[in-house]
Design a protein around this ligand. Sequence first.
Ligand code: PEP
Length: 258
Amino acid sequence: MRKLMVAGNWKMHGSRQTTQSLLESLKQSAAPLTHIDVVVFPSFIYLPQAQTLLTNSAIAYGAQNLYPGNAGAFTGEIAASMLVDLGCRYVLIGHSERRALFSETLTLIAEKFQAALAASLIPVLCIGETLAEREAGQMEAVLKKQLDSIIEKAGISSFERAVIAYEPVWAIGTGKTATPEQAQQAHAYIRQLLSGADANIAKTTRILYGGSVKADNAAGLFAMPDIDGALVGGASLEATSFLAICQAAVVRQEMVRA
Ligand code: PEP
């Protein structure tokens, strides 16, 4: 049985003060969340605060990016080993904002994915199509290309220690979430792609949905058989909404276990 996960991508938001208050609020409410995995992704510079506040709590944390090289002359970059040094367990790889705004190629993303695994970090691989691609009937081709480039480089067995987030680009930060049926269709296709390489990996790999997940649409998404949680942007910046999404995942997890 796959354990649901709710992850918060804080993007380039926050300050020392908001990081402190948000993490304190999440920590205080984390006790009933033990049946699911809860992860937050603050900005790099607030990771030491996360380490101080979240060590020995039910909430894990990770980084939004890494550079796929060891220590060296890479000005401004952060190595996987540095994230491990700060107690990170997870790292986002291939977020659509990095693909689009920072020109990350399939090759670079695959290198980052592999660097994460080599450092024993759990990569959360983000894949998804743009609106133009969806409207042109290319959703499946895009998802296949994004997933295949990882499987070719890192091997299908790498998904024993990785999480996938399906994030349709048109739903990110737009308030226009995919319907549960649209999301389910994409998730089932991703699972089918995994299954083509390894049926067992397909069964065990968690596939999160991301794209304008809010407290009022989370339960509908989590009711879908191939949706194993959410990667949440905007709604993760406020404790009440993020915790409500976590609570919807707890309810779903309990239902599946019953
Ligand atoms: C994201 O950035 O990964 C995301 C899903 O953002 P939002 O929830 O704000 O759409």
